[in-house]
Ligand binder design. Structure first.
Ligand code: 4AD
Ligand code: MG
Length: 434
């Protein structure tokens, strides 16, 4: 039903027909008897030509008085135009301006600074570059859901209010809960997905997660979206197989369905097309050797920062998997590598071209006593994790999963310098508006 209404995106269906389009004025130029209106309707931009001989004098004057972002209703005939970027134009026969702003629109085609644009994010969303990015975002999310839905994973929503930390207490958002106790905004749905995997076998959650990141980097948001699959009866190797298959599927799906938008962003699409199996899998220990050979002053036992990740990722033409980090760098729930007790059975997937970690995951500790010890040595509350320990008391099995951050992945796919443009209304260390 809704899709039968004419939009610029599906304008080819209306060639030769007279239609009504509702939208906004994106841009305009005039010469004598002609006004060339660039009209956007949210699905695209189309040139609508107002020729003095085709309309009443009032309509011609209305067109002349339009301002950027005036809201309009245009009626006219759709015809093929070889010079048009979308292949079609409208010859206008009637036009109504439903609202003409009193003042000039703040975002003009000239360059604006980032702070100004971020303050006007509610309006910035109307510009064609932001539209391309957010359309690619919607497609990426669709591909993510489609992958898990097609592969026998049950969607299981994790709670946002949680009783405890999952990814360390330093980035925990505390809230005053209704009963006077403290609740924390979720850092990850993983622990709940472990309950889900024991209940349903293969599950995933997909929602917003929160980290009180006190870092102003190009890849940290305080609120970001993460998809987290969790699977019973698998170990680290199969977890890496899943991450690899999943990443190839979503990247190629986005490339296939959003080629036009990627081209508009001037993204090197060939670099994305190289994202094919297999990805290199190297251990943390090998990664440290590679970094040292590249002249980086890193020592075994230290976690990698953005610089180390960039140097490593640049050695490969597609994502690379780094597995078995020192257990000390990682969260309490990671299973220890039985072949090297200093290491955890975990994996980070690094995106190429300097984008760094987009996936973190691994095999979970499934032994009750070992997990209890880890909870104690990490200084976590045994009481808060009682339910989580229960999963090890009743039918415990090996299980693994991972989390993929949507915004970092989208930043890489779109080739953007900062995650702030990858989410409609970014929440950063120093920004919670608009
Ligand atoms: O590596 P992380 O912290 O892993 C977890 O949270 C696991 N519990 C996931 C799991 O195994 N189910 O985060 C996973 C991903 C990162 O690789 C990154 O893509 C993204 O989440 N991420 C962030 N994205 C934007 N801003 C931040 N502050 C982020 N922190 C993590
Ligand atoms: Mg991580």
């Amino acid at each position: 039903m809704w899709n039968e209404r004419p939009t610029i995106e599906n304008i080819a269906r209306y060639e030769g027909q007279e239609i009504v389009l509702k939208g906004w004025l994106y841009n305009m130029r005039s010469s004598g008897k002609l006004h060339f209106l660039q009209v956007r309707d949210g699905t695209g931009v189309m040139q609508c030509v107002v020729f003095k001989g085709n309309v009443t004098p009032e309509v011609f004057e209305t067109a002349a008085a339009l301002k950027q972002e005036s809201s309009l209703v245009v009626r006219g005939k759709i015809r093929v135009d070889a010079r048009s970027p979308i292949g079609f134009e409208m010859d206008v026969v009637d036009l109504k301006a439903t609202h003409i702003p009193d003042v000039d629109y703040p975002i003009s085609p000239k360059e604006h600074g980032t702070a100004f644009l971020m303050d006007h994010r509610h309006l910035w969303l109307r510009s064609s570059r932001q539209q391309a990015i957010l359309r690619i975002r919607a497609e990426l999310i669709r591909q993510i859901r489609a992958y898990f839905d097609a592969n026998g994973f049950l969607l299981l929503d994790a709670p946002i209010f949680t009783p405890s930390a999952c990814e360390g207490t330093t980035t925990l958002f505390e809230t005053d809960y209704v009963d006077g106790s403290k609740a924390y905004l979720t850092q990850s749905g993983q622990l709940y997905m472990e309950a889900g995997a024991a209940a349903f076998g293969r599950v995933y959650c997909f929602g917003p997660t929160f980290r009180a990141e006190k870092s102003k980097t190009r890849r940290h948001l305080t609120e970001f979206w993460m998809v987290e699959p969790e699977v019973a009866h698998i170990g680290l190797d199969e977890d890496m197989d899943l991450a690899e298959d999943f990443l190839v599927s979503i990247v190629q799906g986005v490339v296939a369905n959003r080629r036009k938008e990627l081209a508009a962003l001037e993204r090197d699409i060939a670099a994305l097309e190289r994202v094919q199996k297999p990805f290199a899998r190297i251990s943390y220990t090998e990664a440290v050797e590679r970094l040292q050979q590249a002249g980086m002053p890193v020592r075994w036992g230290e976690d990698f920062g953005g610089d180390e990740e960039t140097v490593l990722a640049n050695q490969f033409d597609r994502p690379v998997m780094i597995h078995r980090y020192p257990a000390e760098c990682k969260a309490f729930y990671m299973k220890t590598d039985p072949d090297d007790l200093k290491c955890a059975l975990c994996v980070d997937v690094l995106a190429p071209e300097g984008y760094g970690e987009i996936i973190g995951g691994g095999q979970r500790e499934d032994d009750y006593d070992t997990l209890l010890k880890k909870i104690r040595t990490h200084g976590l509350s045994e009481e808060a994790f009682g339910w989580y320990l229960d999963l090890r008391r009743y039918g415990t099995v090996p299980h693994a999963g991972f989390g993929l951050g949507v915004e970092r992945t989208l930043g890489w796919i779109c080739g953007l310098p900062h995650v702030r443009e990858t989410i409609p209304f970014p929440r950063l260390m120093q920004r919670v508006t608009p």
